[in-house]
Design a protein around this ligand. Structure first.
Ligand code: FAD
Length: 390
């Protein structure tokens, strides 16, 4: 494993999280999914050990570290076969946004619970008619009355929002109308799970994962004035502050899953023998596994760069690196899983070996939270200055 960008503390954290992951592992996750449950024991234990809130401020019960550390936690849990997808949203996006932009009261209300795992928050931006084009979202908040104390009424629809059933609240991206210009501006609202008018229906996914996805209908959901996170005029800035951690964490999710699949394939290729030597001695098997290993390592390097830039406060530099890391990790994950399944021959498709379901799961890292194509668009326009077709 490359350690060039990691301190001794990082390596110790990796080792400790890997040990925790090993105690749970893929069998645990499989049984949780089979029972339609949530990985509550692993979530609670990871939280108790300080791993879930490692990026959150110490004064609110967090570890006072950053995305470099939080991404190590998710990667290592994933490499052990037991990734916690809600880490991408709860401590990484929601925790970051509240820690950086929330009011003191919001910080006191949410951060200690997000850090110790007793509170979870989902994140809803995707809309059915906007999809990848988040400029097109129409979920709208209007004040019910005048003055800064007036309630908000939030109306709109969201889709594919993960974990709304277990989350105490969802951080919903909406828009408010500028009183002077009439223009709509992005804003973030904390919507409690049981708020009247906040309806959810589970989407029937092919994914075998404990985290479920929901379509949300917000029908004049009444929220107190302080449900708005931070400043109404700085919504976009606040949103972007949460999206870089989201991409870094999705990279960690993809790298962890890719490493898990690759390790299973390597184990198998060393022992499965149908000719004179184990199948891993055939270059047609060995080289694609070597390639998968290289691509996962490269993706990790870019993830580490993105995390370093983000933790150093360079939001703009981190934006490009986080997108590239998420792209690289998504592609490396999909390829590693595909090759792992192939390496096991027929066993790649059995329940016993449990790899085939990762083919679907790996695609999450390619499509969410921003698709491969939208990252290529971003790099074409932002990094290379090429003209836009849409
Ligand atoms: C398991 C899972 C969990 C998720 N969790 C959450 C969550 O917690 N919260 C949340 O808000 N969302 C969540 N999402 C939603 C996810 O972020 C979206 O699915 C993703 O942003 C893509 O949007 P879409 O599905 O509407 O695809 P579309 O935008 O309809 O895109 C469809 C295809 O067209 C391509 N495409 C679109 N526009 C262009 C273009 N300009 N150029 C080239 N290609 C283009 C895309 O790359 C994609 O391949 C989740 C999705 C999944 C699958």
């Amino acid at each position: 494993m490359s350690t060039v960008l990691e301190t001794e503390e990082h390596q110790a954290l990796r080792a400790a999280v890997a040990a925790l992951g090993k105690r749970y592992g893929r069998d645990y996750m499989t049984s949780v999914v089979r029972d339609g449950d949530h990985p509550r024991e692993l979530w609670a234990e990871a939280a108790k050990l300080g791993y879930l809130g490692v990026n959150l401020p110490e004064e609110y019960g967090g570890g006072g570290s950053g995305m470099a550390e939080l991404s190590i936690v998710l990667e290592e849990l994933g490499a052990a076969g037991s990734p916690l997808l809600m880490m991408v949203v709860s401590p990484a996006i929601c925790g970051t946004v509240i820690a950086r932009f929330g009011t003191d009261a919001q910080k006191r209300q949410w951060l200690p619970g997000l850090a110790d795992g007793s509170l979870t928050m989902a994140f809803g931006i995707t809309e059915p008619d906007a999809g990848s084009n988040s400029h097109r979202i129409t979920t709208t908040a209007r004040r019910d009355g005048s003055g800064a104390d007036a309630d908000w009424l939030l109306t709109g629809r969201k889709v594919f929002v993960s974990g709304v059933d277990i989350a105490d609240a969802t951080l919903v991206v909406g828009r408010t109308e500028d009183a002077r210009t009439g223009k709509l501006k992005a804003c973030l609202f904390i919507v409690p799970r049981d708020a009247p008018g906040f309806g959810r229906s589970q989407i029937d996914m092919e994914l075998q994962a404990p985290e479920k996805q929901f379509e949300l209908v917000l029908d004049d959901v009444r929220l107190p004035a302080d449900a708005l996170v931070g400043d109404e005029d700085a919504g976009l800035l606040q949103l972007f502050a949460g999206l870089n951690p989201e991409r870094i964490m999705t990279a960690a999710f993809g790298i962890g899953m890719g490493r898990y699949a690759l390790a299973r394939a390597v184990e198998y290729a060393k022992t499965r023998q149908v000719w004179k030597e184990p199948i891993g001695s055939h270059q047609a098997i060995a080289h694609p596994l070597a390639q998968a290993h290289i691509e996962l390592e490269l993706a990790r390097l870019m993830m580490q760069k993105a995390a370093r830039l983000y933790d150093d406060g360079d939001d703009i530099g981190a934006g490009e690196a986080a997108n590239m890391a998420k792209y690289a990790a998504g592609e490396a994950c999909v390829k590693a899983v595909d090759q792992a399944v192939h390496t096991l021959g027929g066993n790649g498709l059995t329940r016993e070996y449990g790899l085939a379901s990762l083919i679907t799961a790996a695609r999450v890292a390619r499509i969410a939270p921003v698709s491969r194509e939208m990252i290529l668009n971003y790099v074409s326009h932002q990094s290379l200055g090429l003209p836009k077709s849409y």
